[in-house]
Ligand binder design. Sequence first.
Ligand code: SF4
Ligand code: SF4
Length: 394
Amino acid sequence: MTVEVRPLGVACNIACQYCYQNPQRDAGNVPGRYDLDAILASLDSERQPFALFGGEPLLVPIPDLERLWAYGLERFETNRIQTNGALITDEHIALFLAYKVRVGVSIDGPDELNDARWAGSLERTRAQTARSEAAIDKMCAAGVPTSLIITLHRANASAERLPRLVEWVRGLDARGILGARLHLLEVDSPEVGEKYRLTAAENVAVLEAFEALDGEVRMGLDVFSDMKRMMEGRDDKASCVWRACDPYTTAAVRSVEGSGQMSNCGRTNKDGVDFVKGDRPGYERYLALYHTPQQHGGCKDCRFFLVCKGYCPGTSLDGDWRNRTEHCDTWKSLYGTLERRMQKEGRHPLTLSGLRPDLERRMLEAWARGRNPTLYEQLHRMKRELDGLLEEAP
Ligand code: SF4
Ligand code: SF4
């Protein structure tokens, strides 16, 4: 579970064209101030390490950053921040080192590959990308633990641009970047889709190219590792996107807003409103997806349902969490590939197992009771039941 602290909510120094937080900005829900005492009081109740998040958290003045990081260091011996990197100064880097801040930089590549992270004009966009790149270099040289989030789209991962993106990541590996997380583009408006969306076949090709790179670099790229574990029923450490996330409580993400109020992962805020966190989860999305035909936005009869579950609700078709993900064709294709690979190796993918119908029934029953067990737990329960039967058999 991640605790995200967002003193200035979605306030940002740039305006990425595809940002999933744009509905909130369009609705004018951008706070201009925060209450540090209220934030720290909420963190006292959370008792978890936290990450500074935004918008752009480096819009927070340095004395307040330092107060938050001193609190994080004293209680948890570590700190984290997710930033676009363009505002990082030498003073920030000194603080990252002093307060053991692990830095995640959201950047989609060098030069024109990062143009979708728009700063108002082409000139300003390229200048801020150059500042982010320079900050990454300086942090690597200074020994700040740094990783990347790269969103994949037409401007950085089309067939023509992909080789440069891969080469850039390879170069950063040599400079000491710890890891990169790859995100498929979340499309929240037709204009963004038209300009930046990759086809399912292109997404598959890009992820396969990074899987090949994963085998040769030191940094963690983690392409497909979650999916491979899902296919073995080992989902106890799987990321939230595969684990039936309830959009009104988002178990994997708890956000502390500038007022100290708790809220959810922002990916589901399609109406521009940061809803207050619900006090108990519901799994109606997963019950509905299981029974709804695919031509109506559901997942009915998909053999990958247990390992995919319609994916992250923030990526749902038409921005409606009741639907399955817009990336369905990509995941279907990749899970199909993993299935064939496992069969070739003589292994048994969960998706082709005779246990699947019983496991599906058990998950549906649990969701209907407001519980969300792991597949791993359920499989162990099934094994115990079988062992009990065998012991009792004459
Ligand atoms: S909305 Fe998506 S990214 Fe956010 S916690 Fe849920 S599954 Fe994870
Ligand atoms: S692959 Fe598509 S149909 Fe199957 S569970 Fe995932 S989103 Fe649903």
